[in-house]
Ligand binder design. Structure first.
Ligand code: GLA
Length: 378
């Protein structure tokens, strides 16, 4: 371990490495440091009965590390993250975080609901990104271990007050992370409101199935279960069109290397600086949850499937990572060193009447589920 890392950990009181080799089927809580306001932040390490591990911090409800086996059975981390809370306070890339109230962008930082215009923070050009200036990724969540039939579970709760970041309604949010004994990370999102509002919750984990620091993700082989995507304008706001993927670099219906077309001169790829687009999932009617994507990393044999109840997934190739963030073990997070598959309702839905609605009313219960399932291939 480098001297810098040791100093950082000592300074923040973090005990990230405490409990290495934790008992299978256990959950351990330790300190992860303090926010600049002096609030204590914890780290929960969930270990399933196979020894796979998920570490989650109460700061932003962020997934800090996720260790799953490669084809030889060796456990390795597959997500970007930081050694202590400081990295989460300082980064603007939403690394591993829970995102709310509204995942992705709302155009011109405003929307109308029940005839009233709500004005939000412009934290991404003219638009609102990922909930505004202080989204759920910057909140300290209350946490408690809860029993689960099929693994280790952690419940996180947060009350987003009426008017927070410009959104209406007192919103009670509950997220349950379960690391299952079949090596899946299941994320369930629940919410209720006391006024009509809009809501789009997701998790912003950055994956590299060969491990952070192993280079770029261009050799990962990806399949996305989508016949259409939502093209964007120069501010990455959907134009409203649902465009067929056939004949475009967005056709991942057949497994294809992420890098095969990421630098093509397709107009949409250029606007995104790579992939940064919402895919319209081809869900089978009546299926409560369906496969959204499958990714395979040839060197380690690690594979991940994404299952969701959501209608869309944002496939993002880490285009804005520029090497300035230094994560766990001092690894620098360079462009395309990780990818995201953020399950969601479509960006800018509050302003797009043809998109599936993101409205939530008093008396309704918001409940969505996303599962990241890990396995290995020969
Ligand atoms: C999402 C957005 C991207 C970028 C990242 C975070 O994926 O669509 O444009 O903002 O989050 O950096």
């Amino acid at each position: 371990m480098g001297a810098t890392l040791m100093t950082t950990m000592a300074a923040s009181g973090a005990s990230f490495l405490a409990g290495v080799g934790a008992k299978p089927g256990s959950t351990k809580k330790s300190s992860f440091g303090k926010t600049p306001d002096g609030e204590s932040v914890d780290l929960y390490k969930l270990t399933n009965k196979n020894g796979a591990e998920a570490a989650i911090t109460t700061y932003g409800g962020s997934v800090v590390s996720l260790k799953v086996p490669d084809r030889s059975g060796k456990l390795g981390d597959v997500v970007l993250g930081f050694d202590s809370v400081d990295g989460y306070v300082n980064n603007t890339s939403y690394i591993g975080a829970l995102i709310g109230r509204y995942g992705n962008r709302i155009g011109h930082a405003e929307f109308k609901l029940d005839g009233k215009t709500y004005t939000l923070a412009k934290n991404n050009g003219e638009n609102t990104l990922h909930g505004g200036t202080k989204g759920f990724n910057k909140a300290v969540w209350a946490a408690k271990e809860i029993p689960a039939k099929d693994g280790q579970a952690l419940e996180l709760t947060y009350l987003s007050k009426d008017g927070e970041e410009g959104f209406p309604g007192n919103l009670h949010v509950r997220v349950i992370y379960t690391l299952t004994d079949s090596n899946a990370l299941r994320i369930e999102y629940f919410a209720t409101t006391d006024k009509d509002t809009v809501l789009n919750l997701t998790n912003h984990s950055y994956f590299n199935l060969a491990g952070p620091g192993s280079g770029d993700i261009l050799g990962h082989i990806l399949m996305i279960e989508a016949d259409k995507f939502t093209p964007v304008d120069s501010g990455l706001i959907p134009t409203g069109e649902l465009r067929g993927v056939a004949g475009t670099p967005f056709d991942f219906r057949t497994p294809t290397e992420i890098g095969a077309r990421v630098n093509s001169d397709d107009e949409q790829i250029k606007l995104g600086g790579g992939y940064d687009h919402n895919f319209v999932l081809s869900r089978k009617p009546g299926d409560p949850i369906s496969l959204a994507a499958r990714v395979r990393e040839p060197k380690t044999g690690r594979a991940m499937e994404v299952w969701t109840t959501e209608p869309g997934v944002q496939f993002y190739t880490g285009n804005f990572l520029d090497g300035s963030l230094h994560g766990k073990d001092g690894v620098s997070y360079t462009k395309r060193s990780a990818f995201c598959l953020e399950t969601q309702h479509f960006p800018d839905s509050p302003n797009q009447p043809k998109f599936p609605s993101t409205e939530l009313k008093p008396g309704e219960r918001y409940h969505t589920t996303t599962i990241y399932k890990f396995s290995t291939a020969k």
